[in-house]
Design a binder for this molecule. Sequence first.
Ligand code: C2E
Ligand code: MG
Ligand code: MG
Ligand code: MG
Length: 276
Amino acid sequence: QAKVAGKNCYRFYSRAMDQAVERRVHLEHELRGAWDRGELSLVYQPVYRVSDNALLGAEALLRWQHPEHGAIAPSVFIDVAEQSGLIETLGPQVLRAACEDAVRWSAQRGDREPLFVSVNLSPRQLRSGDLPRIVADVLGDTGLHPRQLHLELTETAVLGDESLASAMLSQLRDTGVQVWLDDFGTGFSGLSHLRRVPIDGVKIDRSFIADILRDPDDLALTTAIIAMAHSLGIIVVAEGVEREGQYELLRERDCDLAQGYLLGHPLHMDEFQKLL
Ligand code: C2E
Ligand code: MG
Ligand code: MG
Ligand code: MG
C-alpha cells in the first residue's frame, strides 16, 4: 500500500515538475519576441529625498503585459530571462529605453536639477564583460549625463564573486555612472563587505522597512546600515515605504532617500511626466 502511495506521490510531483518546466519553456519562447511586439514596457517609481521631500529621480521597473495571460510578475519573467540568457539582449534594450526617457524628463524640467534614472541589472549582465562598453554606448547615443544614470545590482550578484565584481564596478564608475546595491540587508554579511566594493549607495530591502515600526531588531539593523554606510560615504535609500510612521522614523534616523507606495507607485511614462 505504502509503495503504491509512494509511486503515486512520485508521479504527482514529477508531473507537476514537468508542467513547471513546460511553462518555463513556453514563457521563454514568448518572452523572446515580447519586446518587439510591444508587450514589454517600463514604469517609473519616484524616489524622494527624505529631508525635504524633493523628487530626485525614479527607478525603472519592467512590466510584461502578455496578450493571453495578462500581467506577468517581473520576479517570474526576469528569472526566465536570466536563466535562458535572454537578459543579454533584453537588459541593454531596457537600459537604452530608460536613458531615452530620462533625457525627455530633463528637457521637460529645464534648468532644474536633473533627475536620475535607476536601472536594475541582473547578475548575468554584471558577469558579461561587455557591460561597461554597453553603458558607455548607451550614454553616448542618448546623450544622458552619466551622473543621471544609476545602476542597481543585488547584494548577492556582487558578493558572489567579489574580485570580478569590484573590477567591473570600478570600470562602470569610470564611465561616471553611480552603482547601487539593491535589496541590501538580505544577506547580512554585506555590511562587512561594503568597504571592499566600490559603490555609491545601498537600498535597504523592503522586508526590513516593512517592520521597523513593530520590530526593534529591524529598526536597529536599519539604523546600523544607515550609520555604517554614512561612515563610508555611501548614500542610503529605503525601499517599500508604505506608512507615514515609517517615513518619519527614517527621517529621524537620517536616511537619505526613500521610495514606496506611500510616496508614489510605479507610473507609466505619461503619468510620470505629469508628476513633473
Ligand atoms: P527591486 O529592484 O527591489 O524593485 C522594487 C520592487 O518593490 C518593485 O517590484 C516595486 O514595484 C516594489 N515596490 C515598490 N514600492 C513598494 C511598496 O511600498 N510596497 C511593496 N510591497 N512593494 C513595493 P516589481 O516591479 O515587481 O519588481 C520586482 C523585482 O524585479 C525588482 O526588485 C527587480 O529585482 C526585478 N526587476 C524589475 N525590473 C527589472 C529590470 O528591468 N531588469 C532586471 N534585471 N530586474 C528587474
Ligand atoms: Mg531595484
Ligand atoms: Mg530592491
Ligand atoms: Mg526586492
